[in-house]
Design a protein around this ligand. Structure first.
Ligand code: IVH
Length: 662
């Protein structure tokens, strides 16, 4: 057996073992990050040796060729929705109605978090996952089996071997990952998602399951669909049954027999729900006993035995004082609401995005309106709409500007977006330079927003390459810039010449190329020159690159002004080679080693992580026998104890620095 196929077998076995422990024994053996790392390693190996990609490889979750469209499939048991209420008295009326209809029965209610995701139905036959559908119109849904297969928390095989076990639940975008996704999209010049549910829905609509596999979607299951060969009498038993089968059930539920207990449970859930991995927008209250549910039956649209109590999102009313227009890096104009400052969900809000002009028109928002703004959990403050009763008649319609607020060039429509077509527009220039210099890209110390603004205003920088021509005199001539800080900035600029290739690629600001794709491109091509000469077909071979990205890259390298920029960056001595290539052949002390960081370090954790990865090492989030080193800062806690217990080598920051140096 070749080296590669041996390694593949080991990895596949390890991953299968972790899968079993996770799903069937509810006993995760490693952290999610560690799992992802092994999984990536498997994918990388299969990319290099396609013959290893057998049908039973765990990689087959990743999905095959894109579908031409989704097939519509009938639900064997319709997927109904629920009645909603925001009021406690309506909830009490719900209990009263049931008590009346079921006089003489002892009632019990189960209270579950109402997950703010996308409703789906997943079907297992004799223990095997066979089909997944969206809700659709409740009678028919789209077949999204391939997309659901990519969700790691959804087992492809379960312990319960019933003839048919169909389970309903919600696919969600984990709250923690959602923020990261939006930050990446923003950096790549792509529109951000309004909330996690939006991100989950947008992802599930993808016909290409390979793209779905790259997003960390997850799932919670709570309800029964079609069942054959399953006996179960209550919701509590059902939740137990699905958890036993290895399916992800809600992590916490409540039980109530009286109205008072019910209200208390709803309050208790409200106090805890922000700790869950998914966004929640209410409590689902349902009758526990299935026999009694059957007796009550449904109305035409919703069951009589359940209701959704929605928590109100935090809202505030304030005045829309003005609308300003922000020019993005690519020239897209975003209307921004300038609000009279108002306290909302613990922060003062004075600005909120209005997204685009379609939205303004749809919501009929006018200058001077009283507007309702909302912020729920991780959601960006948004303007919900105008308070029509408060209108005085003095409000003014918001017209899209005709000219760019920064350079006066006539704006052009590009679909629903308004764009400034002037590539040398100072606002775009400023954003492009800021993007280039930012921490996640070339990481130029001291090059913040206000300095870039001054440089552009003073005509000292028209593109990122100009930064490398700046002199001490020019910088110290600027406002609030003592000679010492000017020197620091110059040092920062000088140091950035050594930045790794992916930072440069990301910093160029090519539309749709985020930090992740930049890394993949740098790894694949090794030099900027190779990337520049790559054809669309070659680009498509890179794991993180799809058609849109590939086209955008080719387009970027065709523009004379971009080639000129590259020529000048090169002349300035900016590094254009992937530093990691040295590493892939095992050239550093950190290469191939797994690190765990713990405690407070003297530099940002992300930076340390970056350095380890750049040198070919790995960073895991929990300590296991496979960890090579634990780097412990101040106040290190349980991970340090784990290291001691497992005999893993512990390094102080100093010792780590030394190791990294060689
Ligand atoms: S039970 C017959 N339980 O919210 C429908 N639904 O607004 C029984 N939802 O249609 C649904 N979390 O898509 C139930 N723990 C939960 C839920 C939940 C979210 C969704 C579901 C439902 C909608 C109602």
């Amino acid at each position: 057996m070749s080296q590669a196929s041996k390694k593949h077998k080991e990895l596949a076995e390890e991953i299968r073992k972790l899968d079993r422990a996770y799903h069937e024994e509810a006993q995760p053996l490693v952290s999610d990050q560690e799992y992802d790392r092994l999984y990536r390693e498997l994918l990388d190996l299969e990319q290099e040796h396609p013959e290893l990609q057998t049908p039973d490889s765990p990689s087959q979750r990743v999905g095959g060729a894109p579908l031409p469209h989704f097939t519509s499939v009938a639900h064997t048991v319709p997927m109904q929705s629920l009645d909603n209420t925001y009021s406690a008295s309506e909830l009490e009326a719900f209990v009263d109605r049931i008590q009346k209809a079921l006089a003489g029965e002892k009632l019990g209610f189960v209270i579950e978090p109402k997950i703010d995701g996308v409703a789906v139905s997943v079907r297992y036959e004799k223990g095997k996952f066979t089909q997944g559908l969206t809700r659709g119109d409740g009678q028919h849904g789209d077949d999204i089996t391939a997309n659901l297969r990519t969700i790691r928390h959804l087992p492809l095989e379960i312990k319960n071997k019933a003839a048919v076990l169909e389970v309903r639940g919600e696919v969600y975008y984990p709250s923690a990952a959602f923020e990261k996704l939006n930050r990446q999209r923003e950096a790549a010049g792509e529109p951000v998602f309004a909330n996690p549910r939006n991100a989950a829905a947008g992802t599930l609509k993808q016909l290409n399951s390979r793209l779905v596999a790259k997003r960390p979607l997850s799932i919670v299951l709570y309800g029964p669909g079609e069942l054959k060969g399953v006996t179960c009498a209550t919701q509590q038993e059902w939740l137990e049954l699905i958890a036993q089968a290895g399916l992800p059930a809600p992590e916490k539920t409540w039980f109530a027999e009286t109205k008072a207990e019910l209200l208390a449970a709803i309050e208790a859930l409200d106090a805890e729900r922000r700790k869950f991995a998914y966004a929640t927008d209410g409590a689902v209250v349902q009758l526990n006993e299935w026999r009694l549910r059957k007796a009550l039956g449904p109305t035409s649209k919703a069951p009589r035995w359940a209701i959704a109590y929605k928590y109100s999102a935090e809202k505030a009313v304030t005045t829309l004082e003005d609308v300003t227009f922000q020019v993005g890096r690519t020239g897209v104009i975003t209307p921004v609401a300038e609000l009279k400052p108002v306290l909302l969900a613990g922060t003062t809000v004075s600005r909120a995005t209005l997204h685009n002009f379609e939205e303004i028109k749809r919501k009929d928002i006018r200058r001077g309106d009283h507007v309702t703004i909302e912020k729920a959990g991780e959601i960006i403050p948004a303007v919900l709409g105008a308070v029509l009763e408060a209108r005085t008649g003095a409000e003014k319609a918001i017209e899209p500007p005709e000219k760019c607020p920064a350079c006066d060039t006539a704006l052009v429509w590009d679909g629903i977006f308004l764009r400034c077509p002037n590539a040398s527009c100072p606002a775009q220039t400023q954003r492009r330079i800021q993007h280039f210099a930012q921490r996640g890209a070339m990481d130029i110390d001291g090059m913040g927003e206000s300095l870039v603004e001054q440089l552009v205003d003073a005509n000292l920088a028209k593109d990122p390459a100009d930064l490398y021509d700046l002199t001490l005199e020019q910088l110290s001539g600027l406002e609030r810039m003592a000679e010492k800080s000017a020197q620091n900035v110059l040092d920062g600029i000088e140091a950035s010449k050594k930045a790794d290739l992916w930072r440069l690629i990301f910093g160029l600001g090519i539309l749709h190329v985020g930090a992740g794709s930049a890394r993949a491109l740098a790894n694949h091509f090794g030099t900027l020159e190779a990337l520049e000469n790559a054809t669309e077909e070659e680009l498509l071979k890179v794991r993180d690159v799809g058609e849109v990205v590939a086209k955008s890259i080719v387009h970027w390298f065709r523009k004379p002004e971009n080639l000129d920029l590259l020529r000048r960056l090169l002349k300035a001595g900016v590094n254009t080679k992937a530093l990691q290539t040295a590493v892939r052949t095992g050239g550093t002390n950190l290469a191939g080693k797994t690190f765990v960081l713990t405690g407070t370090l003297s530099e940002p954790r992300e930076d340390v992580k970056e350095r380890i990865i750049a040198a070919g090492g790995k960073v895991a989030s929990s300590v296991s026998k496979k960890t090579d080193y634990v780097v412990a800062g101040e106040n290190a806690g349980s991970k340090l104890e784990d290291a001691m217990r497992l005999g893993v080598r512990v390094l102080s920051e100093k010792e780590f620095a030394k190791l990294a140096e060689n």
